[in-house]
Design a protein around this ligand. Sequence first.
Ligand SMILES: *Cc1c(COP(=O)(O)O)cnc(C)c1O
Length: 385
Amino acid sequence: MRNDGTRRSAAKVTSTIPFFPPDLFEEDRQFVLDLVHDIALDPAQKFILGRRVEELERRICEESGTEHAVACASGTGALELAVRALGIGLGDEVIVPAFCCQPVASSVVNVGATPIFADIDPLTMVIDPSEVERLISPATKAIMPAHVFSVMADMPRIMGLAEQAGVRIIEDAAVAQGAVMQGRAAGTWGDIGVFSFFQVKALGSIGEGGMVLSDNGQLANVCRLLRNHGQAADVRGIHHLVGENNRMDELLAGFLVHRYDGLQARLRRRADIAAYYNERFSVLADLGLRSPPHGQDGRCYYVYSVLCARRDALRAHLESVGIGTHVYYPLPLPRQPAFSRFANGERFPRAEAAGEHNLALPIFPHLIDAEVERIADEVVGFLMP
Ligand SMILES: *Cc1c(COP(=O)(O)O)cnc(C)c1O
């Protein structure tokens, strides 16, 4: 690799490389301590929904180009606000990916609506627009595409389908903050988009947090009311809507504003690591390992996942040489005990295959070049005859 990450010593190269780096926020430690101090001594004594939360919302608007941003308690909380703001409820259907994390289904079920699972593209592992098209019914109220790992869902096609059917889009961009497709930022394609600030996501933080994005002022206002017990920010005690507690605290917002500064550089480093892996793994295409597609458009590099026929053997080998990996969504949502009643007798062969074959390799931005090379060497060495 050309790009030389030098922050960690070469001595670490032979030691273990974790999948989830425990030192993700090492450089931010002093900032966190100072921030706690500032908030504790701030005369305003406002610990939630204060000026730092407002600053973060402004920053999200500037960076993504969305008109409105509403900070909330988690990515899951943001999906729940989105579903409720669109008035989705009993008898309504929402088309969601079969291969994804559970909030895409639970946010729908929790309002009494029905998740309709759509199978995925076998290579990119995001929702297949042809399946979405087949599943649209008179009861469909919304489509909830999610960007998965490093690939954005096919938003132009999904937008076309939604327009044709007159249904809304909730864009789960929990993992795709900073990604851009055809010049348009992830999170700004749907009627409502969501980000997550969970520790390992693109921006990442020291706790739970999420964001709702929308160009529709009315939808954003409903989310603002809902997140705070149905109350307007300036008048407490009047509950306009049946709300919830889905708020962001000042510590998190202050940390996120601080952490925004290096985001683009970290995303570039991740993209460089992915490009290097892709180049090294091109020789493995006929040996049972498929890398994610090349390129930058519509890519986010939150996670770098390959599909490998001998996934478990490769994983065991990497483990034995001290390289941590991760398997996402081994059991697709319609096969989960909590959601199998929504499977409708359908089969989801591509979601099943993705669950059996995906393997995520370390891609955190402070990996040094020698570590990235070692990971690639081990993968190639194991699979080459
Ligand atoms: C992480 C994630 C969420 C939920 O975000 P939290 O902040 O963890 O609640 C939703 N959707 C996807 C695709 C995610 O990866």
